[in-house]
Design a protein around this ligand. Sequence first.
Ligand code: SAH
Length: 457
Amino acid sequence: MPQANAKLNAFPVFMRVEGEAVAIVGGGEAALAKARLVGQSSAVLRIIAQTAEAELLSFIAATGAVHVAAAYEAAHLEGAAMVFAASGDEALDRRVAEDARRLSIPVNAVDRPELCDFFTPALVNRAPVAIAIGTEGAGPVLAQMLRGRIDRMLSPSLGALATLAASFRGAAERLPKGTGRRRFWRDFFAGAPASGHIALVGAGPGAEDLLTLRAHRLLMEADVIVHDALVPEAIVAMGRRDAERLPVGKRKGCHSKSQEEINVLLVELGREGKRVVRLKSGDPLVFGRAGEEMAALRDAGIAYEVVPGVTAAFAAAADFELPLTLRGVSSSLVFTTGHDLKGNSLPDWAKLAISGATVAVYMGRSVAAEVAGRLIEAGLSPDTAVAVVENASLGNRRRFHGTLADLPSLEARADLSGPVMTIIGDAVAGANFERSEPLAAHRHEDTASATAEGVEQ
Ligand code: SAH
């Protein structure tokens, strides 16, 4: 039970404002902030500002708010349901507050709690659902932090669910009042999560801040996180603290589950009604074997969704400031892997490389010589530019540049233990090589001396 001294001095209510006028006095940043906040409702904004800053003017133009471009008078407040004194001028704000009170209109004066009849909350808006956070002005930063946390926790479609619920109200009213009706609504709102759901989520190339907001929200909602070895611990740790975490490989030499075992695991978790995040490095649909997982889920009738991520090729290109397409040089982009180069037939993408495409090679380190050999054999110049990034997007990334003729040296490098992305093509010449090491320095060295220091000399 709250203690006697833990009483609220401001009591939260939701005020009806649809079609009502809300007056904001002021032409600067504070007025704009209030306009943005109240602009999330269907109130009609009336902004009283003889002169308004450009940003406020464009807000007014974009939203169709009423602009009273005149020196403030009490008459401007008439008929308003709420008043904000946001002029930044203490004497004027005081006057506005007094006028509002005389007209019996509740007033809020920015940064002057003693003049306020009400406080504005930090707002999580999933209309018609609203979560308003108030601290009675004691901690606006705290309120914003809480707002951010709650916002990430809640599905963007919560509002749609509530609207759907409203359309069921008539039907529900035919149920007996009390327990029966309550149970109906509980089942209605609990229905979706209870049936199990798998999200195939791209974790991005490794940097935590390259995770999408959607991926983060799903991680916060997950019961179980099933992740690959390539996904850094720091990203898995961004998930709900009490979520179960299941690493499933697949790093060379580590115990890991086979793809078939992973498919079975996902289906089982779905059948148990779990909300699962299947976290994959980069984008889940690029060399992520998502196709097999989706097929298994479809066959089992388990709901799933796919959340895209920043694929390694994009992160590597960004690290190199490398234009993947370059006007007049390269107008197509190939995502390929060196891993399935079998037999003598040329890979189907060799022709594209020769016709000028930029080629991003995933899992290409241990087959670098094969890739280079095949491309040169197909007619691509040995002088074609090549960029290689280990641990793209991460603090310990390393960048190398050279030509197709240098590429085979990659295989011998024992100093590269992280994932490696290779980008080949004329567009690579447009990259920034300032912070990269030459690939060629390693061409004739043996594996044992292949260290970072060795390259610098
Ligand atoms: N789905 C992932 C690719 C998985 S295949 C994506 O979209 O990025 C694994 C390969 O991706 C690695 O062998 C490597 O070639 C590449 N890769 C993944 N993360 C990388 C990183 N941070 N830096 C460089 N290459 C990376």
